[in-house]
Design a protein. Sequence first.
Length: 130
Amino acid sequence: MAKYDEAAVEAEIQAKGKTAPRITPQMIDDTIRAEYAFNVYDALVALGVPADEGLKVMTISVLKLQNGFIVTGESACASPENYDAEIGQRIARDSARNKIWALEGYRLRSELQGEQFKKYAGFEQLKPQS
């Protein structure tokens, strides 16, 4: 998967005057309340659970969002010699963070659809009854 520069894309969107409601990289970052990362092998050993040596190359990232929802991401390398905890944590976090885009996009689209429904159905013209 090709990596793109979020900041450059955001700058291009702004330069082109795209002003419709949208999700921004900052909004994604603002949804994250807490984050955790761990090596799967080390976590299992710390819990006293027998762990397969192959798990030494796997990292899990857990992001807890502002509303309490949790997303996870993972990384693993094919060759144990290439494993690096810092790189693994970064890749696993990116994997988890990317899932937030879809969740927030769905949320925004639902909000927009609700507004359109109210507009076209004439609900904005209804007044509460006394």
